[in-house]
Design a protein around this ligand. Structure first.
Ligand code: SAM
Ligand code: SF4
Length: 323
């Protein structure tokens, strides 16, 4: 599918739950959030129907996200079904890694292609401060276990001023020692994220060059999206940057997002979405679903509006949209 700005849209991020077993300070309040009634969440059958319609229109890469996707029962079997849909080439997962070890075998058997593990620090105290959990070692074990498989592994870190500035080099060190790709994702002013300050890419770049020497751009692409990748002398893995604010990449946008409640969002910064759940539950056919997907593609704005001064993004929730 091509949007109104000539961009090819071939990637769908699918949030399968808004529940999470962590409470990251920039994403969820400490007490958690009001539960979305189970019947308001798309069933896997409904989600598969949407994915099939999207695949028929040119979506060939799917990322499973959340909340924490691994808290949803039956995820591996859902991934297995996705992998067997026509035109779907890759199915990947983004997780906080807390329970990844427990599910690795079934995810691999289901055909999962790659995993992104969100990890903002390797320091126990800082991990507790950010996630309000003491379970850093579980995440580290998951990373170690995932490294023993054929999965492509990326670690996603959101650097925040005064929070995990000292963790940037230790995390990047993982890419020096292993095949892991370590990416630094610029904090966006969405929901609780607006209470923290991002660290711009250029500053992280300088910090990494001071520690590891010159970072050279890598021509290789390692995922579904707009990250810029670099390597450094002696590195086995790579360093990546995704910087929505300081290095806008909207010109390369290739994605749509489906929330757990069935809203299809043209852009992370869009206020509304197209209600695919309503279409399906009102008895809509596959042609209607396809029309709605095309409409979402045509509703994609040229670029996000995170820089605008209003507070509208504070009302959004990353744990519902899926990142
Ligand atoms: N729970 C899973 C995880 O943490 O990977 C999947 C959902 S989480 C919402 C997806 C990603 O969004 C995580 O890497 C998280 O760090 C990132 N994220 C959450 N809020 C953000 C914000 N305001 N700006 C940038 N990234 C954010
Ligand atoms: Fe949960 Fe992911 Fe949000 Fe952290 S970033 S609270 S792990 S959904």
């Amino acid at each position: 599918m091509q949007d109104g700005y000539g961009r090819i849209i071939n990637y769908l991020r699918v949030s399968v739950t808004d529940k999470c077993n962590l409470r990251c300070v920039y994403c969820m309040p400490p007490e958690g959030v009001e539960r979305t009634p189970h019947d308001q969440i798309l069933s896997f059958e409904e989600t598969l129907r949407i994915c099939a319609a999207a695949a028929g229109l040119g979506i060939n890469k799917i990322k499973i996200t959340g909340g924490e996707p691994l808290v949803r029962r039956g995820l591996a079997s859902f991934i297995h079904s996705l992998k067997h849909q026509r035109n779907i080439k890759t199915v990947t997962l983004t997780t906080n890694g807390l329970t990844l070890s427990d599910f690795l075998k079934e995810l691999l058997d289901a055909g999962l292609d790659a995993v992104n593990i969100s990890l903002d620090t390797l320091n126990n105290t800082c991990f507790r401060r950010i996630t309000r959990s003491n379970d850093l070692q579980k995440v580290i074990h998951s990373i170690e276990d995932a490294c023993k498989t054929q999965l492509t592994i990326k670690i996603n870190c959101v650097p925040m001023r005064g929070v995990n500035e000292n963790d940037i080099v230790p995390l990047a060190e993982l890419a020096r020692q292993t095949e892991i790709i370590v990416r630094f994702i610029e904090l966006m002013p969405i929901g609780l994220g607006s209470d923290f300050s991002p660290i711009p890419q250029d500053e992280i770049f300088e910090q990494l060059q001071s520690a590891f020497g010159v970072l050279t751009p890598s021509d290789e692409q390692f995922g579904n999206g707009p990250a810029a990748y670099y390597s450094a002398a002696g590195f086995i893995g790579k360093i990546g940057f995704i910087s929505a604010l300081s290095h806008n990449f909207c010109g390369m946008c290739n994605r749509l997002r489906l929330t757990g409640t069935g809203l299809l969002k043209p852009c992370l910064s869009s206020d509304a979405g197209i209600d695919l759940k309503a279409i399906i539950r009102d008895g809509g056919g596959d042609a209607e679903i396809a029309d709605a997907i095309r409409a979402a593609v045509m509703a994609k704005p040229a670029r996000h509006n995170f820089r605008s001064d209003n507070n509208q993004h504070k009302k959004k929730n990353m744990f519902r949209i899926g990142g």
